[in-house]
Design a protein around this ligand. Structure first.
Ligand SMILES: NC(=O)C1=CN([C@@H]2O[C@H](COP(=O)(O)OP(=O)(O)OC[C@H]3O[C@@H](n4cnc5c(N)ncnc54)[C@H](O)[C@@H]3O)[C@@H](O)[C@H]2O)C=CC1
Ligand SMILES: CCCCCC(=O)/C=C/C=C\C=C\C=C\[C@@H](O)[C@@H](O)CCCC(=O)O
Length: 258
């Protein structure tokens, strides 16, 4: 998929991986709707992108992925501004083992909400142009991260949901590819949650185990994830893939045939 003039929507775009994904899409000629609950940082990023790529290449929209209404409004505004989307990246996510319902609402339900809206507007069976949805899982979506069982559950859910959507698309002929990217530890603000007992809750005592995992896996930089994200967006042979991104390299996950 060539990205020139394609329309992308990225949630959690204001910083971290979402900013990196948005930036590489802009660098490759796409127009990007930047959705985030953090209005201050999001508007600041829009100014930065305006200076780098031009004022008509990106759009910041304040949007909480916990709200179906706000996501619907963001899609409508994006369509009004840029046209129907071709690319959807459900990236927004948090760690909160204390308020775990919030983590489920954002990390899993927010991905379902965004994916279903993308299906509604991209589905070739209902007038859409097709396209690609890349959901953001985690290595914790492929194996347990002991300090964050609910976060692990949400990410396992994202992996399974995305693979099922890819299979449904293949069978039904939506013309949409669905893939999930599963990075290990990446240098972003979410890592700070490890040192915040209010976020790790009853599992705060597992901090040493997590530090060992960080030592074992290392910490990768956002651009190393972004370049692999771009592969999932542009390679039209990729549907139903889970791409693990580690410091030592990346690999497509092989799941057991049951
Ligand atoms: N940093 C890491 O080690 C890894 C992160 N991930 C995933 O990457 C995604 C992005 O996280 P990071 O960039 O690392 O963290 P981050 O905390 O730097 O960025 C998360 C972004 O999502 C936004 N956000 C949070 N709740 C939201 C909501 N309800 N609605 C809309 N936006 C919301 C935040 O404002 C922020 O801009 C998350 O899904 C995370 O689980 C996956 C694997 C590794
Ligand atoms: C708690 C911070 C999470 C930051 C965001 C994120 O998603 C990072 C994930 C990074 C690595 C996940 C590693 C999971 C490893 C499992 O596959 C398994 O190897 C864990 C084994 C547990 C153990 O050895 O104790």
């Amino acid at each position: 998929m060539a990205l020139t003039s394609k329309v992308a929507i990225v949630t959690g775009a204001a910083q971290g991986l979402g900013r990196g994904f948005s930036e590489i899409l802009l660098q490759n000629g796409a127009k990007v709707a930047l959705l985030d609950v953090n209005e201050t940082v999001g508007k600041s990023l829009k100014e930065t992108f305006d200076n780098q790529y031009g004022p008509d290449k990106s759009l910041f929209l304040s949007c909480n992925v916990e709200s179906e209404e706000q996501l619907k409004a963001a899609f409508q505004k994006t369509i009004q501004t840029f046209g129907r989307p071709h690319i959807m990246c459900n990236n927004a996510g948090i760690i909160n083992e204390s308020n775990w319902e919030k983590a489920v609402s954002i990390n899993l339900m927010g991905v379902v909400r965004g994916t279903y809206l993308a299906l509604e507007h991209m589905n070739k069976l209902t007038g859409g142009q097709g396209g690609v949805v890349v959901n953001v899982g985690s290595l914790a979506g492929l194996g347990p991260l002991p300090c964050t069982p609910v976060y692990t559950a949400t990410k396992h859910g994202v992996v399974g949901f995305t693979r099922a959507m890819a299979a449904a698309s293949d069978i039904s002929g939506y013309g949409i590819r669905f893939n999930v990217i599963c990075p290990a530890f990446v240098q972003t603000d979410i890592l700070n949650a490890l040192y915040q007992p209010e976020k790790t809750g009853q599992f705060s005592s597992l901090i040493e185990n997590t530090k060992k995992l960080i030592e074992m896996y290392g910490i990768i930089e956002v651009p190393d994830v972004s370049k692999n994200f771009l592969q999932l967006v542009t390679d039209e042979t990729k549907n139903g893939e889970a791409l693990a991104v580690l410091q030592k390299g990346c690999s497509y996950v092989t799941f057991p045939a049951l």
